[in-house]
Structures are given as C-alpha cells and as structure tokens.
Design a protein around this ligand. Structure first.
Ligand SMILES: [Zn+2]
Length: 438
C-alpha cells in the first residue's frame, strides 16, 4: 500500500512535497516521491492535503487517571497526589479504572499519538492501549516504602504480574515496572528494579527530580514532601544526595529506564543523565499546572540526553492534547532561555516523535518514517493552511480535530477522524454513569 500526502515529514531531515510512503505488512519499505510510478501495481491511499508524520510518542502518562480530570485545582504536587492518587481506602472500582484508561488511550490516539509510555497502578492501561490499537509500554507502578522490609516480596509480586499481563497482550504492548519515585520507594526496591532491567530487559520508568521539595527530601529529609510523608506515617529515607545522583548509585540510571519530569537538575546531573543512556519524559503542562517549574530541556538535549514529551495524566494536564503539549514545550523553553532561537518548531516536533521513541528505547522500531521501521503514522489535515506558512509551524498549530488518520503497524486506529475500535461518546456516557453522573 502506498500512502500519498501533500507533505511527508519523516522527521529525519527530509521533506517530501507530494510525498509517498510504501508500506507492506505493517513495515515501511520506502519513503519519497514518485513511488506509485516505480510501483504501478501497488494500491494507493490518497490522503490529500494532509501532512504525514511519524505518530507522536507520549513518553509519560497515566491513562487510568483520565477520570480525575478537573477534579482538583491549585494544589502543589504532594497535595495533588494526596487528593487524586489512589490509596488503600480510596481506589476506584476496577471497572471505573478500565473505562478511564480506555478513554485516556482513545483521546491520545485521536490526538495523533501512536505510542505511549504509561505508568499504571492497576495494569489496566495495557489492556486499554492494546484495545485502542496503540503501541506502548505499560509500567506497573509500585510504591515500595509501604512494604517496609518486605519490599522484595512486593517486587516479586509485581514482576509476576508483569509476566501475567504480558502473556495476555499483543506484541505491540510491553509491560515494565515503575517504582514511583525516590521518596516513595526504598533503596532496596530501586536496586531490584535496576537488576531486573539489566538482567531481564524489563523496561523501567520513574518520576525524578520533579520538585524542589524532592531535592530537600532526598538531601536532608526535610521540606514539603518529607512533611507530607510523615503525615502518612512514613519516616523520610534520607539519601544525603540529590535524587539523580542517588538514582545513579542504585544502578537505575541506565538504558531502558525513562525518567519522568527531570525539572530540578544541576549541570553535572544533566551530564550524568545524558551519559547514562536513560531517557527523559518532559511534561511541560503538568509541570506548569502543578507549579513545579520548567525543565532544562534545551540543556538536556544539547548534552545528548534522549528527551521525549509526556502529557502526564489528564488529572494534572486537563487535556490529553499532544499538540498543546508540544506547543507548551516550545514556548516554555524559549521563555526560560529568553531566546526564541533555542527550539524551532521542527525541533519540538522531533522531540515529540523521535525523541519520545528514544526516551522509551523504541527508536529501532518507531520515531521516524524510514525503511525498516513500523508504519506508525499520523495524517494531519492542513487543507486550510495558507501558501506562505512554514510547514512545521502549520503542523504545530493544529489540534486533535485536525487528525484525520492514525496508523499503527499500518492498521487504521483513527479513520476520518474517528476511532476504529470504540465509540468515544458511548464510552464517556458509560463512564459518567459509573461515576454517578447522569
Ligand atoms: Zn506521572
């Protein structure tokens, strides 16, 4: 099958006007111009006035928290977790989590996302991503401190669960582990995760250096997070070093590990991350709305770190709108640097595609439209773009309503702007019903 579009933007320095992509068995064979002439027998899908790009990669989210959208306002991270996070006494019914995860996966797909790195407390995100037709890694979230000295047993249970969930899912979905953070997981658990990542190739994700309060906690056992944890009955686990340095000491700063946030970093920590092979998921809107700061993304990228973008959950970012995420990333980096030249629209789109693929360790399969990679693509309607517009800005200024087609392995996940797997309005009605809203 040949896909033809007004623009093909493979995100590898090429731009093809009236470009074509030849896909066979879900794999990209050729990208360029005039392929329908050199392959006259190949059927052609004419996408018309669309820009065809690699699908966006959402490197950090929590789709099962979609139903917590707009439930709390103006709370700092620790109070936000307290109000929104699942805990022993306040965990939604599995069916509510399932519908919430499905809605999150559906909204991401309609936003042009083809691959998701999702941290999931219940593991239901794997089923949701799979059902909607996306690719992704579901990281089973674990909070080791609550297990005390019994953390190894907790860890083994989680590893068993990764195997169980993996066995039920398609090859598009990988299951990994996410120790939540250095302030909720004890050192032993972090070391077990590092070992599992290295020896069993289990992908790992962790929230890191999100707030100044996390730095205070890790260094001195003081500050807002330490006070919040104490209120819950947990004594601070003082590392006596910055979170990034501490993570390095546990062995978890390594390839196949995706670090969410990384807002509070010194230049030596930036170098440490860049040299480690770990990925970074930058979540600009979540960081802004939770008042934690703006991550040094330009510095991380210049140091050679693999940086992608993440929406975090709808509970902190409101809309699972990847175009908005990319625009915030670009705007905040220019504002932070007081220099508009630090990130061009093309750079931001590259971070949203290839950057995310690298951050999740999947760039051998996805992230660009190139021969040999999976046919994960998004076709964005640019029919109302005026002739003088810069194509990168034109794409960046679209919204989910302009997403016409989304393909994963060449299969239609979104067709003519609608999901092929489920009826989103019916899903929302069902979820509202479960939450007691008519
Ligand atoms: Zn998160």
């Amino acid at each position: 099958m040949i896909y033809r579009a007004a623009y093909v933007l493979p995100m590898n320095d090429c731009v093809f006007k009236n470009g074509e992509v030849l896909v066979r068995d879900g794999i990209i064979h050729e990208v360029g111009e005039g392929l329908s002439k050199s392959h006259p027998d190949e059927p052609v899908v004419n996408l018309g006035k669309c820009a065809l790009l690699p699908g966006f990669v959402n490197a950090h989210s929590h789709v099962e928290y979609t139903s917590s959208r707009n439930t709390v306002d103006a709370l700092n991270l620790w109070d936000w977790i307290d109000a929104v996070g699942f805990n022993r006494n306040r965990r939604p019914e599995p069916e509510t989590c399932r519908l919430s995860a499905l809605l999150g996966a559906a909204e991401l797909a309609m936003s042009g996302v083809t691959c998701v790195g999702d941290s999931s407390f219940t593991g239901l995100s794997a089923e949701a991503l799979d059902f909607v037709g996306l690719r992704g890694i579901t990281y089973l979230e674990v909070f080791g401190q609550s297990a005390g000295d019994d953390y190894a047993r907790l860890f083994n249970r989680v590893v068993d669960k990764t195997c169980e969930i993996q066995a039920e899912r398609s090859v598009r979905i990988k299951v990994g582990i996410s120790p939540h953070s250095v302030y909720t997981s004890n050192r032993g658990l972090l070391e077990l995760c590092a070992q599992a990542c290295e020896e069993r190739d289990i992908p790992v994700s962790i929230h890191l250096a999100e707030t100044q309060a996390e730095i205070d906690y890790c260094l001195n056992g003081s500050g807002f997070i330490a006070e919040w944890r104490r209120r819950l009955g947990y004594e601070p686990m003082v590392a006596g070093m910055k979170p990034t340095v501490y993570l390095h000491a546990t062995g978890l700063l390594r390839p196949r590990v995706c670090l969410a946030h990384c807002v509070w970093l010194t230049s030596s920590e930036i170098e440490l991350i860049a040299g480690s092979g770990a990925g970074v998921a930058h979540c600009p809107r979540s960081n802004a709305y939770l008042g934690v700061g703006v991550a040094p993304v330009v510095e991380l990228i210049s140091a050679g770190a693999q940086v992608g973008l993440g929406t975090d959950s709808a509970g902190s970012s409101m809309r699972l709108d990847f175009f908005e995420e990319i625009r915030f990333a670009l705007g905040f980096q220019r504002a932070r640097a007081e220099d508009a030249s630090v990130m061009a629209a093309k750079d931001a789109l590259r971070t949203a595609t290839l950057g995310g693929a690298r951050a999740l360790g999947l760039d051998d399969q996805i992230g660009t439209l190139e021969s040999g990679k999976r046919a994960d693509m998004v076709a964005i309607d640019i029919s109302d773009v005026l002739p003088a517009e810069n194509i990168w800005l034109a794409v960046l200024s679209r919204s989910p309503s302009d997403v016409r087609f989304v393909y994963v392995d060449g299969a239609e996940v979104v067709k003519d702007g609608l999901l092929t797997s489920l009826d989103v309005n019916a899903l929302k009605t069902e979820l509202r019903g479960r939450l007691g809203v008519g």
